[in-house]
Design a protein around this ligand. Structure first.
Ligand code: NAP
Length: 220
């Protein structure tokens, strides 16, 4: 599958490593330009590209940048993507440590991914946002393994959600359908499922136990 990854940090870098190892054709971009991605490209065989080129031909486009940088992504970001492409959003809102106060999230009460997709102009599927970056490399397990971790996946577009869930299965994790993007507060920072390393049953229970109230530590 052709996959574009926008953001080459902890998460984008490790997704590049695993997806190339599985034989996918990965184009990867960061903010500083493709020449700064030579080491990752050499290590993985991924193609370093500009942000504007990242989605070209892609069936899945991963957006994995600090939330505050989402509005900096260029218009036409998805021009040339494959028909029916899915956008996988891993982003979290850290108002105090990194992102500053975002009124759309705090005052309008948008979920982090609803705010993100409004900026991107395309529906997103939220996944990996509560997964430690190292776990992408260290914790994949074959289907049926009792230690296989499950990841919550939220999205409104059922076809795109299935594309992402199938890809996550291939990456070595189970998934739990966490509902639509308006429900995705259930997997945002400081919820019971955030950072939870557990299987389908515990992840399902943790999603059900979440509170919609934004915790004080995650308010700007
Ligand atoms: N770290 C984790 O374990 C973890 C877990 C789950 C979810 N997340 C979430 O996933 C997202 C990415 O996290 P991370 O830890 O991978 O971040 P990170 O290590 O700080 O990397 C961020 C990446 O985004 C790139 N970037 C920033 N602005 C950009 C722009 N305008 N255009 C293109 N690329 C841009 C950066 O490029 P440059 O280096 O060139 O600036 C860098 O490659 C965040 O929203 C985070 O909250 C993180």
């Amino acid at each position: 599958m052709k996959i574009g990854i926008i953001g080459a940090g902890n998460i984008g870098g490790n997704l590049t490593r695993r997806l190339t190892a599985l034989g996918h054709e990965v184009a990867v971009a960061n903010s500083r330009g493709p020449e700064t991605l030579a080491a990752l490209a050499e290590e993985t065989g991924a193609t370093p590209v500009t942000v504007a080129e990242a989605a070209r031909g892609a069936e899945v486009v991963v957006v994995t940048v600090p939330l505050k940088n989402v509005p900096d992504l260029p218009a036409g970001l998805f021009d040339g993507a494959a028909e029916g492409f899915a956008v996988l959003d891993t982003c979290n809102y850290y108002p105090r440590e990194r992102d500053g106060r975002i009124p759309g999230i705090e005052d309008e009460g948008l979920t982090e991914s609803r705010w993100t997709e409004r900026h991107l102009g395309h529906p997103v599927v939220k996944a990996f946002n509560g997964t430690y970056a190292a776990d992408i490399l260290e914790r994949p397990r074959p289907a049926g393994d009792p230690d296989r971790m499950a990841l919550p996946v939220a999205g409104d577009d059922e076809t795109a959600k299935k594309t992402v869930r199938d890809l996550i299965d291939e990456l070595g994790f189970d998934t739990v359908d966490a509902g639509g993007i308006d429900e995705s507060w259930r997997q945002q920072p400081d919820t019971p499922v955030y950072g939870l390393r557990a299987g389908v049953e515990a992840v399902t229970k943790a999603l059900a136990e979440a509170s919609p109230e934004r915790p004080q530590a995650f308010r700007g």
